[in-house]
Design a protein around this ligand. Structure first.
Ligand code: SAH
Length: 268
């Protein structure tokens, strides 16, 4: 799609590509908070929590450009064009994304469009779902005894036409974190087991991590598809596969029911 730009107006605006973190409003960075407070317009994804959107000034224009698997509310080309148009007509444009904008967030693609249009930008990192989930589900992604490395992959790509390199993900000393994988749980299970990952490898599917609705579904790799089909499972959800999942039994500190009062009260 060809970009439409307006001559001589681009010095007006700037775009901040901001990571909103995985859900808990307190996981927003101070920098993201400051920039949100100064926003004239915010283009936000479906994954950005309502608590975070509540921080946006009332006067700011708020545009939902969210995408959910199978339901595209705005095509990527349209989002790119909208960003450029807003940057030409508004001062502080915030492109707000769930988690970190450079992890499965198409942040790079959007910035390439801004470069093409000559629009200035900054990037503010966010806590990615893997980190938020790991912390709040009590699953350290690495551990000297269990995992020497961690790999983040997306399970959303058309797995049949663009097959994943299961061999490299089947390493038993490595933790595998899969974003957007729920609908492909059966293919993921099969691919990993056929590549040699033990069927008894512990797995966790964690939904709505870091929010008061967080739920963990824990089992083994050969149960992955059953866990993914749990009727109580809500989106978004992340898969963690590896021996480290076993640590959750002892390290699982987070009580979602009391998530709105999770700052320790002392003295009074
Ligand atoms: N840029 C985002 C990821 C976008 S892809 C980030 O860095 O986190 C969207 C996927 O992220 C979802 O399908 C899900 O797998 C994962 N995800 C995002 N927020 C989540 C949450 N609160 N709990 C569990 N998974 C989450």
């Amino acid at each position: 799609m060809e970009l439409i730009t307006l001559p001589r107006q681009q010095e007006r605006g700037k775009v901040w590509l901001v990571g909103a973190g995985p859900g808990d409003v307190e996981l927003l960075t101070l920098k993201a908070f400051r920039i949100l407070k100064q926003a004239d317009v915010v283009l936000y994804d479906a994954l950005v929590s309502e608590d975070i959107m509540a921080l946006v000034p009332v006067a700011a224009e708020k545009i939902a450009v969210g995408k959910r698997a199978g339901k595209h509310s705005a095509a990527q080309d349209e989002i790119n064009q909208l960003l450029v148009t807003k940057a030409y007509t508004r001062k502080n444009v915030v492109r707000l994304k769930g988690g970190d904008p450079f992890i499965f967030g198409r942040g790079g693609e959007e910035l390439e469009t801004l470069v093409e249009a000559g629009v200035a930008f900054e990037v503010v990192p966010g806590i990615t779902a893997a980190s938020g989930t790991s912390a709040y589900a009590g699953i350290p992604l690495t551990h000297r005894d269990h995992a020497q490395g961690v790999t983040f992959i997306t399970g959303h790509c058309k797995l049949a036409s663009r097959p994943l390199d299961w061999q490299s993900y089947a390493n038993s000393q490595n933790t595998l974190v899969i974003y957007m994988g729920i609908l492909n749980a059966q293919t993921i299970k099969q691919g990993l087991i056929e590549a040699g990952r033990a069927p008894a490898t512990p797995v966790a599917i964690v939904s709505k991590a870091t929010t008061h609705e967080q739920r963990s579904f824990i089992g083994t790799l050969d149960e992955l598809d059953q866990l993914a089909a749990s009727p109580q499972l809500r989106m978004p959800a992340l898969m963690i596969i590896g021996e480290v999942v076993g640590l959750a039994q002892n390290l699982n500190w987070f009580n979602p029911q009391s998530a709105n009062c999770n700052v320790a009260q002392t003295g009074q």
